[in-house]
Design a protein around this ligand. Structure first.
Ligand SMILES: [Zn+2]
Length: 408
């Protein structure tokens, strides 16, 4: 049976705000959006006439399985020492803490309005757990392996998972980063992505040392790989930027590139190859990055830019409303309307999910914010208000979930 929802205002994310209307949902999809006189009687509608509704947020990059590492790692370390600390803390984590962390992280995201996510999953045993959390999601199989001799074996393991009957959500592939994945492994995973029509994501150009490593001018990442017995003596620096390097390996088409702090020279090729960039505001702030993603220039070049929280190993919170406010602070030349689009429509586009806008035929993933009757400000400002830490209404696939029930 169709569900009608009365609203005070609606952000469709593909047009002007609509005021005093009604949304009709059937079989998990939006069937119709109509405007009506504000006081018209409509007894069978869910009355959210005190709410602003908008598409649920899309967290385009996270690692839910690292949530239990909250406050375990210092932000003052060098990036290489941060990786060392991350590996040590992560391997010391027991299964129960990890599992508890996944649920705590999921709850924080839901309370703050995340309805869809792209999560990196390094441990295949966690796919069922994370896929069953109730988000619309793409789970990226995170793969690390710098030694070319291991590329074929690692790729076969990944293909076994892709061939399995995993039906809870879409699977994607995530070679971890240019300094942790061999050229052969990149190529094989790129081929697998094409064969299985999987979205492909990678951490790209996160630090200056990654750029120098690929240019042959830095050995701190080489030292780290040697410590881990992961160095490949056959490897030689390609002398390219991270983006050029991935392009040369056939990885760039429609890549979901996370961080992109050093890509200013590569804007045209990113637009041409339809790369989506994921900006992680909380992580950028946590590391106190002096140079970070050129979001304005990417948007002006026509590149899709989405938002992500990354993990609590490099962020203080998975609250997506905090991410919006941090993005607003870090990006003075990007409007709030553009930030909201990054948090919704662009995330859906990047992940290839049918969500992020509210139009007829689209999936009914939506959130709501209660606003006082006297409110006369811009609807675009509401999600950024500093007192908001939770949404007041939450729906995925036309259904109020257990977290949603407690919200409204
Ligand atoms: Zn990440």
């Amino acid at each position: 049976m169709a569900l009608k929802i009365k609203f005070r205002a609606l952000l469709t994310l593909c047009g002007d705000p609509i005021e005093n209307g009604e949304l009709i949902i059937d079989d998990g999809k939006i069937v119709e959006i109509s405007t009506q006189p504000a006081n018209k009687k409509n007894s069978d509608a869910l009355d959210l006439s005190d709410c602003l509704l908008m598409p649920g947020f899309v967290n385009a990059h996270c690692h839910l399985s690292l949530t239990a590492l909250e406050k375990k790692i210092s932000p003052s370390l060098s990036f290489e020492d941060w990786i060392r600390a991350l590996i040590a803390s992560n391997s010391a984590l027991d299964d129960e803490s990890r599992m508890q962390g996944i649920h705590v992280g999921a709850k924080e995201m839901k309370l703050s309005g995340v309805t869809a996510l792209g999560d990196y999953v390094a441990e295949p045993g966690l796919l069922e757990v994370i896929g069953g959390l109730g988000f619309r999601s793409v789970l990226f199989l995170e793969t690390i392996g710098f030694h070319s001799g291991k590329a074929r074996f690692l790729c076969e393991k990944v293909e076994e998972i892709l061939k399995s009957e995993f039906s809870l959500c879409r699977l994607g592939l995530a070679p971890h980063a240019p300094y942790s994945v061999s050229p052969d492994l990149f190529r094989y995973l790129g081929q697998l992505a094409q064969k299985y029509h999987c979205p492909l994501s990678c951490h790209v150009a996160e630090i200056q040392n990654e750029v120098r490593f690929l240019d042959g001018g830095n050995d701190s990442l080489e030292k780290l790989l040697k410590e881990r017995s992961a160095w490949d003596s056959q490897w030689s620096p390609p002398g390219k930027t991270p983006i050029q390097y991935l392009d040369s390996l056939g990885l760039l088409d429609r890549l979901i590139a996370v961080h992109c702090n050093f890509v200013s020279a590569d804007l045209d090729v990113m637009a041409l190859k339809k790369v989506s960039a994921v900006f992680c505001p909380g992580s950028t702030q946590w590391f106190d990055r002096k140079q970070f993603m050129p979001v304005r220039a990417l948007l002006d070049s026509g590149v899709t830019v989405a938002l992500g929280t990354d993990s609590l190993a490099s962020n203080d919170s998975l609250n997506f409303l905090d991410e919006l406010r941090t993005a607003d602070k870090l990006l003075p030349d990007v409007s709030r309307g553009e930030i909201l689009a990054m948090a919704t429509r662009s995330g859906g586009e990047a992940l290839g999910l049918q969500c992020g806008t509210l139009t007829s035929g689209q999936q009914a993933d939506l959130i709501g914010f209660r606003v006082p009757p006297s409110y006369r400000g811009s609807w675009l400002d509401v999600p950024f208000e500093c007192h908001r830490h939770e949404v007041d209404f939450y729906m995925v696939d036309g259904k109020l979930t257990s977290y949603g029930d407690s919200l409204h």
